[in-house]
Design a protein around this ligand. Sequence first.
Ligand SMILES: Cc1cc2nc3c(=O)[nH]c(=O)nc-3n(C[C@H](O)[C@H](O)[C@H](O)COP(=O)(O)OP(=O)(O)OC[C@H]3O[C@@H](n4cnc5c(N)ncnc54)[C@H](O)[C@@H]3O)c2cc1C
Length: 332
Amino acid sequence: MDVLVLAARDAPGASGALVDEERTARLVAAARRFSGVVDVLLPAAADDGAARMAADGLAALQGVRRVWLAADARLTGWLAEPLAALLADVVRCEGYARIIGDSSLAHRDVLARLAGLLRAPALTDVVDIIDADTVRRPMYAGDILATVGIRSELAVLLLRAVAFAPAEKIAEEAAVEVVVPEMPGNLPCPVELLEEEAGDSSGRPDLGRARIVLGMGRGAMDTESRALLLQLAEKLGAAVAATRAVVDEGLAPNDWQVGQTGKQIAPALYIAFGISGAHQHLAGIADAETIIAVNTDADAPIFAAADHGLAMDARKALKALLAELGEHVPDE
Ligand SMILES: Cc1cc2nc3c(=O)[nH]c(=O)nc-3n(C[C@H](O)[C@H](O)[C@H](O)COP(=O)(O)OP(=O)(O)OC[C@H]3O[C@@H](n4cnc5c(N)ncnc54)[C@H](O)[C@@H]3O)c2cc1C
């Protein structure tokens, strides 16, 4: 069953690269489970050196047959409307049976439109592929893991990329072809990208890729705890996440939110400060390797999900950790 993977775009300002190669490698590894041809489509504003370099990188991923480098000014910013129309064109011409992206907001934007154009089902948050017609996905914010049968020849799948190990890179000489498709003249472009501004200029690692993430909950959102948590993040080279409660208070930007309606992350270490552990939050950290929880309430649900727990005040724990790491901390 032939598969088309939409390359994962790097967050604007994250690394300067066009494409998030690691996330795309995870999608490619998942796509290989369909046991057919795996092609990747990389949208770019122009067929220039940066686009070619990104395409070559994807072409070297194990299992990829071809990279479509779709280069056109109308695709600047990977706008959903023209990109979905282009993908529909490529899918119809090439006869792919499965189209794969990740569960990021950007891919949801594009692939929901694509499913509509193709009149195909779209399955979100897929975490496992059993066979070409059977996948697994959480429902009710992770309370249920559902096995879903696909009863359609054509389907769009949005995967939780972090649930799949990335495809390896193979030797340069094994790299496959990069094809620049002819762009349709009638791509619908009802909107135009005027400007993109990076949301986070802190220099901290990207939340989706960080090995260590510090989570800020309502119990650690007071001014002092927040400052200490950011100091610890700086010291550890960690990214910072927040619960929806903190985001709703306006004390953290939207793109820090982790959970059912936020991001799904898979760090090696997640430290939850003052987070109760609502299942909507836990849905975003299910793939974290190790979870440490700090909460004054020893009965908080977060402790059931955590590998290690500290029943103590978040501010005191943050101070103790910083002191242990040789950082200057203000006296009580
Ligand atoms: C449809 C829907 C979608 C949602 N999506 C998300 C989502 O994507 N992400 C998300 O996070 N939430 C989501 N929520 C909200 C979720 O249900 C919770 O309300 C939220 O996660 C709670 O955030 P919190 O743990 O920061 O706050 P609280 O639940 O208020 O918990 C605060 C915790 O801090 C502890 N505490 C208090 N003081 C201290 C202290 N000094 N030191 C240490 N601990 C202390 C308390 O014991 C408590 O356990 C969603 C809700 C709905 C209905």
